[in-house]
Design a protein around this ligand. Structure first.
Ligand code: FDA
Length: 307
């Protein structure tokens, strides 16, 4: 119930406005967000790289409703890609299609995405298209495949959510295509008609998908995006059992969550990438993090009272 309430609030405009004005909320959100500026995100990237952790930088934002607002998003991503190249940072980028205007029109979104992918490809920076709610799954996969196959971008990957019932079939197809896929559980409020609601079912599906994807030849590339020790253990078992080469899988976690485990996995010789969000539009991202773990809500309330 609490998770569903928090996910509902993550999309509520009135709550977003209220929280953005609330400097204490902003301070608490810093646990999960690198900062509001590019400089802050780059500083966090340098620190994580120094600890042997590559990153994926996400300029926060989604559900943009005016075409002119997408221009600054594209400009920020292009600056980001240039900085990554200039400083030779170990960094990819992650982006959301509704941040690039998918709600306004697919053509606008595709043009914006192509501009970013062109720069990123030239600078050798990988790009991952995040997966938003199930309303966008078909469009996201269609645009991802068009970028890869019709426009010839070799640097693009996308995300699949184990919570969605369709995902095992999607992943079998994507594996056959040699895709680079980030597998996560799924962070959105979804109806039972399309998604598993019981967490045990989501976990079982996550493992089944890895069992299909990791052993296949020729190998594709799986990014195992989870903080769940059971999922990590299952992945490690499959990697060993099928002698999956280092370049064909990696672990990924979110900034601010299980940092010690991140360092441990990297020290054990696995690629461990940290997803580092930054930007002023941190509210929906922050609320999804609260929804994942009710204990975070308690931490948030305590911090508010402490001032
Ligand atoms: P689960 O939620 O079961 O958590 C397992 C354990 O991890 C918890 O017991 C706790 O110890 C720790 N943990 C998890 N979340 C925590 C939190 N917020 N605070 C503190 N501890 C926490 N989703 C999506 O729908 N589309 C996307 O594109 C992406 N992209 C993405 C990229 C990367 C790199 C990651 C790691 C995750 C995503 N996600 C995502 C989010 C994902 O779907 C999921 O909501 C979270 O990763 C939480 O799920 P876990 O697999 O960690 O398991």
């Amino acid at each position: 119930m609490l998770r569903r309430l928090l996910l509902y609030l993550s999309e509520a405009g009135w709550m977003r406005t209220l929280m953005a004005r609330f400097w204490l909320a902003r301070r608490v959100a810093r646990r999960f967000v690198a900062g509001e500026t590019l400089d802050e995100a780059l500083a966090v990237t340098r620190t994580l790289n120094g600890r042997g952790l590559p990153v994926s930088l996400d300029y926060l934002g989604e559900s943009v409703q005016r075409a002119e607002d997408t221009r600054s998003v594209v400009a920020m991503y292009r600056r980001l890609v240039a900085c990554i190249r200039q400083e030779a940072l170990q960094a990819s980028i992650s982006l959301k299609l509704t941040h690039l205007g998918l709600d306004i029109g697919e053509e606008l979104c595709v043009d914006n995405l192509r501009a970013i992918l062109t720069d990123a490809q030239q600078m050798g920076v990988p790009v991952t298209i995040d997966m938003e709610s199930s309303h966008y799954t078909d469009a996201t996969l269609r645009i991802y495949r068009a970028m890869r196959d019709e426009h010839g971008f070799a640097n693009v990957g996308t995300v699949i959510q184990a919570a969605l019932k369709r995902s095992r079939d999607d992943m079998r197809q994507l594996a056959a295509e040699g895709a680079r896929i980030r597998l996560c559980k799924g962070a959105y409020l979804e109806p039972a008609s399309v998604a598993y609601i019981d967490r045990a079912d989501v976990d079982a599906h996550f493992v089944q998908i890895m069992e299909d994807f990791l052993p296949q030849t020729p190998p594709a590339h799986l990014e195992i995006a989870t903080h769940d020790e059971n999922m990590i253990a299952a992945a490690l078992r499959l990697v060993e059992q099928h002698t999956v080469a280092a370049g064909h899988y990696e672990f990924q976690m979110l900034y601010g969550i299980r940092s010690a485990r991140q360092t441990e996995l990297a020290a054990a010789g696995h690629t461990m990438r940290v997803y580092v969000p930054f930007g002023e539009t941190w509210y929906p991202y922050f609320m999804r993090r609260l929804a994942e773990r009710p204990a975070n809500l308690w931490f948030f309330i305590q911090a508010l009272f402490r001032g």
